[in-house]
Design a binder for this molecule. Structure first.
Ligand SMILES: Cc1ncc(COP(=O)(O)O)c(C=O)c1O
Length: 396
């Protein structure tokens, strides 16, 4: 099966991991700080904390922004469930902003309209989790302007978008947001197996996120609560000042990430080449065959996913056709508000029509740095054959 996404592991990655295994520290050694430094330098951002998943990074982002019971967080329905769950972990309510059918990211127009209504109802969100779907950045400047006007915090969920650019700068510089989170799951732009990171230019936010990711325990003098100290305390002394979590990344994972990060730009280039090749092949056939809506060909996307839209009655047929031909297509995503957990909170079919109609036709074709030319050709010809076969069916 040709997978839709896959990690690239070379001997240097293996050597980096083996090195850690042969050293003293499997965790809390030198590799995590080195990886954090490398990520912040790459993104041109002040602070980075590496954690054990993108989900953990989203959770500590919410905690560091003091999101809790009674608060409201908004995100897009076209994302992985973690973008919404992070607010629920903190006891906050969640709502969604429908997508723009062209960018597939949350719609700025819909966001502005929803904010206007929310202001009148006195129920503005405390934070917005904006997801750079498939590796293409949201319009962060526009979101930031709305954030300033209505006073909400901005978390960029860049799980798909390490190495992507917005306004010619790398995603993660946090120019227009409070913080950005990344995921390093194996299908993502680089991998640590499981892993994630939060980056920010805000030192207080960084400090809080770090505390929450490390049991709420600190040895930092400026944070220690003096009334709990005793003269008998020595260098071993630490305090737990919050109810934190163990979200630490291990040195084994960080070493893999550090090694992978050196190839990020090559990965993005290779993904772009695959996207351009698909785009060229599919554009050429779209006049005679059933309509195929392609993603925007943006040189700044990280091309984490390549998602085409088919007329909705063809999507399941296409999915089965590709899978039968050993092409591991996938679907990203079932709109989050339609998940049973969220329907039980009151969301229902019809709430976010653009997201729902996008989902009905979406199919993710394979794209990853090591997708070979014959594999790309196989995907292209399989799509061509499928569309030809259904066009006969449709015209019959
Ligand atoms: C948009 C988005 N946000 C968050 C996550 C969660 O990341 P992780 O799997 O590292 O917890 C994912 C992972 O699939 C994702 O795609």
């Amino acid at each position: 099966m040709i997978p839709y996404g896959k990690q690239d592991i070379i001997q240097a990655d293996i050597d980096a991991v083996v090195d850690v295994l042969q050293n003293q520290f499997l965790t809390q050694g030198t590799q995590v700080p080195a990886f954090e430094k490398a990520i912040s330098e790459y993104c041109n951002v002040e602070y980075c904390i590496a954690v054990n998943s993108g989900t953990s990074a989203l959770h500590v982002a919410c905690l560091a922004l003091d999101i809790g019971e009674g608060d409201l967080v908004w995100t897009t329905p076209i994302t992985f469930v973690a973008s919404a769950n992070c607010a629920r972990y903190c006891g906050a309510d969640i709502d969604f902003v429908d997508i723009d059918p062209v960018t597939r990211n949350l719609s700025i127009t819909q966001l502005a309209e929803k904010l206007e209504i929310a202001e009148k109802a006195n129920r503005l969100p405390k934070a917005l989790v904006c997801v750079h779907y498939a590796g293409q950045s949201c319009d962060m400047q526009a979101i930031n302007q709305l954030g300033q006007r209505y006073g909400f915090k901005i978390i960029e969920d860049a799980s798909h978008a390490l190495g992507a650019k917005y306004q010619n700068k790398l995603v993660g510089n946090c120019q227009y947001s409070d913080c950005t989170v990344f995921s390093f799951h194996p299908v993502k732009p680089i991998t640590t197996a499981e892993g994630g990171a939060l980056v920010t230019n805000n030192s207080a936010l960084y400090q809080k996120a770090t505390l929450h990711a490390k049991h709420g325990v600190t040895r930092d003098d400026s944070l220690l609560e003096p009334q709990y100290r005793s003269v008998a305390d020595g260098d071993w002394y630490y305090q737990q000042i919050e109810l934190g979590y163990n979200y630490r990344l291990s040195d084994i994972h960080a070493a893999l990430g550090l090694s992978q990060l050196q190839r990020i730009d090559t990965y993005i280039q290779r993904r772009l080449h695959v996207a351009e090749r698909y785009q060229h092949a599919f554009e050429a056939q779209s006049t005679t065959l059933p309509q195929l809506t392609l993603p925007q060909l943006s040189v700044d996307s990280g091309w984490h996913l390549y998602v085409v839209e088919l007329p909705f009655q063809l999507r399941k047929l296409a999915f089965d056709y590709f899978r039968t031909h050993k092409i591991g297509v996938n679907v990203h995503y079932i709109p989050v508000h339609l998940q049973p957990y969220y329907q039980k909170l009151g969301f229902k079919q019809g709430d976010f029509p653009h997201a729902e109609s996008f989902y009905a036709g979406a199919i993710t074709l394979p794209i990853h740095p090591n997708l070979t030319l014959p594999e790309q050709e196989k995907v292209i010809s399989c799509m061509r054959d499928f569309l030809t076969s259904v066009s006969h069916q449709l015209n019959a």
